[in-house]
Design a protein around this ligand. Structure first.
Ligand code: NAP
Length: 307
């Protein structure tokens, strides 16, 4: 039987947490591989402006993603654009990853960095109209709505940033939020209130309108039950994310789908770490994901030495 080729660290997911783990793993001269099933950068790629990452007050998601990947590669980390279907733990503690297509990779430690994907509204026509007036990434698709009328649904940082971004492109932007107060940070709250975005408070979307493509929505005001039809060319849904943790269900402890990890990013399973948006944490930002990546590699290095 041929001998197993064993990596030191395999990082599943190439967002800011995963790529920072790549930098630290490579620099520690550990055999480090990042597996990413889509594109490196994760959700960061759909952020137009990033102005709270130290030393880079004026960058964007694509630029920062590319810089992080080059940095990780410079120190020897490798990236392979493949998905992981299954993780098994062998008797000796080595983790076996089965990739999409059937290849197998063995590793001493695993860093889970799969992030989250956009939550859907769960309404009729939502799937049918995705790409036909309805989208989840204003930065990716906002350009299609030059001088048109669009709405963003949500009240968090993403929704407010998206609405501000679109206000520079579209002729009219609505921000539809289910409460009378935004969840977004105070800086964004001030900016949106100073902008020409019309906030539709206390409202949820009851129905998506249109035959072949989205032409509007009907909202319901929860304070009095009144309904309003808003005619639109486009709608961006930005109502938070769903952690992509199904791969490790039953293997590590989860809380509402988020991975429970301690201060060292250790999960309930020895040698398996969680970083970034996928773990239970109070602040989900590029900087906190990146910090997790550094911490997880430090812990993994210790684990590898001890085992
Ligand atoms: P989020 O903070 O979870 O906000 C989701 C928003 O959608 C909330 O306003 C929520 O309303 C609303 N919502 C949730 N489910 C809904 C539903 N079924 N129908 C209608 N509205 C619904 O998500 P996010 O804005 O995507 O941000 C995710 C994380 O990334 C956050 O930690 C955020 O701070 C971070 N982030 C940071 C930046 C930045 O610092 N520049 C940028 C983007 C994201 P309620 O408020 O009523 O709960």
């Amino acid at each position: 039987m041929s001998e197993r080729q064993v990596q030191d660290i395999v990082i599943i997911g190439g967002g800011p947490g995963g790529m920072t783990a790549g930098v630290y793993g490579g620099r520690a001269e550990l055999k480090t591989l990042i597996l990413e099933k889509n594109f490196h950068g994760g959700q960061m790629v759909s952020t137009a402006e990033i102005e709270n990452y130290p030393a880079l007050p004026d960058t964007n998601g694509v630029e920062l993603s590319n810089l992080m990947l080059e940095h990780a590669k410079k120190f020897g980390a490798k990236i392979d654009y493949k998905g992981v279907e299954k993780i098994d733990i062998e008797e000796d503690g080595i983790k076996k990853l089965t990739l999409t297509g059937g290849d197998e990779i063995y590793t001493k430690a695993v860093i889970l960095s799969m992030g989250s994907t956009p939550r859907k509204l769960g309404l009729d026509k939502e799937d049918k109209f995705t790409g036909r007036g309805l989208g989840y990434c204003a930065i990716c698709d906002g350009g299609f709505y030059r001088n048109k009328v669009v709405a963003v649904n949500g009240g968090g940082d993403t929704a407010v940033e998206d609405a501000l971004y679109l206000s520079r492109i579209a002729s009219k932007v609505y921000l539809i939020h289910r409460r009378d107060e935004l969840r977004a940070n105070k800086t964004l709250q001030t900016r949106i209130k100073e902008s020409n975005v019309e906030i539709v408070w206390n409202s949820t979307i009851k129905e998506i309108l249109g035959d072949d493509k989205l032409t509007g929505v009907i909202t319901v005001d929860k304070t009095d039950g009144s309904e309003r039809q808003i005619d639109l060319d486009g709608l961006f849904v930005a109502i938070g994310g769903i952690p992509q943790s199904s791969l490790v269900e039953g293997m590590v402890e989860l809380d509402k789908g988020y991975i429970v990890a301690n201060e060292n990013c250790e999960t309930s399973q020895p040698g398996i770490y969680a970083v970034g948006d996928i773990r239970v944490k109070s602040l989900r930002q590029v900087i906190t994901a990146a910090a997790d990546g550094a911490i997880a590699v430090h812990a993994a290095e210790k684990y590898i030495l001890e085992h």
